[in-house]
Ligand binder design. Structure first.
Ligand SMILES: *Cc1c(COP(=O)(O)O)cnc(C)c1O
Length: 388
């Protein structure tokens, strides 16, 4: 099972197959049947399941327009292109989080500006947005980390004052809510990922949701080679092929059939972890602000530095993870702060560096038993005691 959840490029402490993997997709007979049906229909590239998947996502998220794409990264590229962002433009992204947003800002030829995150929520810091803002700033990308949702009231206010769109990277917060509304639908555009480890999966896949019908129409054309719907092989604009296949969409629909189970399980897992983790000295959980109802992507804890530099904290964190892996528990480290990655021109921002060095993501998947969660929590305590 774990070969489904592990990227071939991920050599992180590849020791043995862990007793409890960090993630595991929930696939059953419904997925099998629906994918087979799609294959037998003969529609293997585009097809009716793609339309259905888009319709169902739009309805579940309460989004006016949903556009299925090949993955969460092309979703970001399409969103930026749909907003007309390119050379000479600046886009504010968090200095801590998965790399795709910064990568895609660079891919469209724009310049990312890096905002530090808050110490408790690990989300983009609004004060930082004010600090970075310039007349060239053309979008803000909050990244809804690990299922949390950034403070969209403040962000949208700020962006609206300046007439700039908010593009939510909701890849880790599919079906999380903020003031009762779905993450990804609070700004101008939202993007989602259906990678194997994500809340719902199509293997590889993604979605863009947009409020403005013209932006949505532009993105539909860009997704399909920039080709006109009513005139075959006529290209008004330079486009891409970012389409999702019909059988992947069929898997997506099958996952949506189980949505209440998926959401309920992730809420149960969060509560079970909180019971055990809240008492451990030197360890904090991610904070969720009052308007957020998270659908956790992964339970994450942060080791607090004890008279340590970020590098020393990272070394101790890695020992804790190695010791848990020896006990059969697979975990994932926090993302590298972008300041640590040579390809990105990101200054050292203090909170991002400490969060990056201290975060451990704990196993989170549908079916993870309460007893397993208790044993993971106990092993974390032991590993923390062992680490010097
Ligand atoms: C997973 C992820 C992506 C990329 O999605 P892919 O489908 O793997 O391309 C983008 N942003 C965030 C925050 C993610 O976690």
């Amino acid at each position: 099972m774990s070969n489904l959840t592990r990227d071939p490029t991920d050599s992180w402490l590849e020791v043995t197959t862990p007793r409890i993997p960090w993630a595991r997709p929930m696939l059953g007979s419904n997925e099998e049947e629906r994918v087979l049906e799609a294959l037998r229909s003969g529609w293997i590239s585009g097809g009716p399941c793609v339309d259905l998947f888009e319709e169902r996502m739009a309805e579940l998220l309460d989004a006016p327009h949903a556009i299925a794409v090949s993955n969460g990264t092309t979703a970001l590229y399409l969103a930026l292109s749909g907003l007309g962002i390119g050379r000479g433009d600046e886009v504010i992204v968090p200095a801590y989080g998965f790399i795709a947003a910064a990568n895609m800002v660079l891919a469209v030829g724009a310049t990312p500006l890096y905002a530090d995150v808050q110490a408790d929520t690990w989300l983009i810091e609004p004060e930082e947005i004010r600090r970075l803002w310039s007349p060239r700033t053309k979008a803000v990308i909050p990244l809804h980390l690990y299922g949390n949702v950034a403070g969209m009231d403040d962000l949208c206010c700020l962006a609206e004052e300046r007439g700039v769109p908010v593009l939510e990277d909701a890849a880790e917060a599919t079906f999380s809510r903020y003031r009762g509304r779905s993450a990804g639908t609070l700004g101008s555009i939202g993007t989602f990922s259906f990678h194997a480890t994500k809340t719902i999966t199509t293997g590889e896949g993604g979605m863009v949701v947009a409020r403005d019908p013209e932006t949505a129409a532009r993105m539909r054309v860009l997704r399909d080679h920039g080709m006109r719907k009513d005139r075959r092989y006529w290209h008004d604009v330079v486009g891409f092929n970012f389409r999702l296949t019909n059988y992947q969409a069929a898997m997506g629909c099958a996952q949506l059939d189980q949505l209440s189970k998926i959401v309920g399980e992730r809420q149960r897992i969060k509560a079970a972890y909180e019971r055990g983790l809240s008492q451990i000295p030197g360890v904090v959980m991610q904070s969720f602000r009052e308007p957020v109802e998270p659908v956790l992507w992964t339970m994450a804890v942060r080791l607090l530095p004890r008279e340590e530099t970020a590098a020393e904290l990272r070394a101790r964190r890695d020992l804790v993870m190695a010791s848990m892996l020896r006990a059969g528990i697979e975990t994932r480290p926090g993302f590298y702060a972008l300041s640590l990655l040579p390809a990105f021109d990101c200054p050292d921002l203090p909170v991002s560096s400490l969060v990056s060095a201290g975060v451990i993501c704990l196993p989170t998947f549908v079916g993870l038993a309460d007893e397993d969660i208790a044993s993971i929590t106990n092993l974390l305590v032991e590993a923390l005691e062992e680490a010097p």
